[in-house]
Design a protein around this ligand. Structure first.
Ligand code: SF4
Length: 345
């Protein structure tokens, strides 16, 4: 994995800001990770749905959750979005938005058969992995896709070449995969995995297939790896790390695991501040706070307020990188003028 992700300026050193003027209650302090929260792919997907609502009016159909965050999904649902599991649930001739996690060619074909108008909010970094699958399948490689079984992104990516892709999730999966020619094997990955765990899986694969090829560029995206670097930088100092994110958000779940592996005494995932169990705070001085790539920062601010009410008023931001990346909207929406930021934030 590369040290600096594209579109990211690495902080020259880990910088800790704030807290000097704060009223500190006992040894209580909050370390707030930066970068955290919305990535460019999520922002683009949410803006896409907002633009479609604006241009066509409700109801707007979205296949699967546009991004894996309860607050975002509930807010868009209130504005007139109907989330469906399959294109077959959209009325014939209707308009459907594909989510940020991507879809397989079979889903596109079904939408076409039903004469649906489609707008694709797939993150360009997921599309990049789809293209890699197609390229290696064309060159007749067996493709080991490291990822989580059942995740929508993995279903879409492997659907590009189902007879060439084998999913590697657990260490046991490494023993199960079978290849036709050990000199024509490549590994690719889901974009939102733990960087360290993925490299463990790659090492296991390389033991079985010493000639296995690496992806042309990192598949784990800049946002996933940057958020893991930031949480790692502060975890060892934290008695508790609270990650704001939803249970079905892969990159948010990974932040809890990375925090614990990097030395945090305890870590939990919460959708909202009110889900924090006060018992988690027993004997805690330093609380780390971060959020997954699909999480609006308003939810982090609410958590900081909740902590401040309980004496954690000293908030220090721990910065490991500054992200500059943004993606153009889907072609169909560009002429309407792009919002700089989505309003669900
Ligand atoms: S987490 Fe990464 S791959 Fe997923 S939407 Fe964000 S930038 Fe794209």
């Amino acid at each position: 994995m590369s040290a600096a992700s594209p579109g990211t300026e690495p902080a020259t050193s880990v910088s800790i800001e704030g807290g000097d003027d704060a009223v500190v209650s006992g040894g209580k302090r909050v370390l707030l990770a930066k970068p955290r929260g919305y990535c460019a792919g999520v922002d683009r997907a949410v803006i896409t749905v907002e633009k479609v609502l604006e241009m066509y009016g409700p109801p707007v159909y979205v296949r699967k959750e546009i991004v894996h965050n309860r607050h975002v999904v509930d807010t868009l649902r209130e504005r007139g979005v109907i989330f469906v599991d399959e294109a077959s649930e959209v009325p014939e001739g209707g308009l459907v938005v594909f989510s940020a996690h991507g879809v397989s060619p079979a889903v596109r074909a079904e939408a076409e058969q039903r004469n649906l108008r489609t707008i694709d909010a797939t993150c360009p970094l997921v599309t990049k992995v789809h293209k890699e699958v197609n390229r290696f399948a064309r060159d007749d490689y067996d493709i080991m896709l490291i990822g989580h079984a059942g995740h929508e992104e993995v279903e879409g990516t492997s659907g590009e070449a189902p007879d060439r892709v084998q999913l590697v999730d657990t260490p046991e999966d490494v023993d199960k995969v079978a290849v036709r020619d050990p000199s024509k094997v490549v590994w690719l990955s889901q974009t939102t995995l733990s960087v360290d765990e993925t490299m463990e899986r790659v090492d296991q694969l390389r033991e079985r297939f010493p000639e296995i090829s690496d992806p042309p560029s990192d598949d784990i995206c800049y946002a996933t790896s940057n958020r893991q670097v930031a949480v790692k930088a502060m975890a060892a100092e934290c008695d508790l790390v609270l990650v704001v994110g939803s249970g079905n958000s892969s990159n948010s779940q990974r932040l809890v695991e990375v925090a614990l592996q990097a030395g945090a005494r305890d870590s939990h995932l919460v959708d909202f501040a009110h889900e924090v169990d006060e018992a988690w705070l027993d004997g805690v001085e330093t609380v780390g706070v971060t959020s997954g790539a699909s999480v609006p920062d308003v939810l982090v601010m609410e958590l900081l307020e909740w902590l401040a009410e309980r004496g954690w008023t000293d908030v220090q931001e721990v910065t490991t990188a500054n992200e500059k990346i943004s993606f153009a909207l889907p072609r169909e929406l560009r002429s309407s003028g792009e919002s700089a930021r989505s309003s669900v934030r």
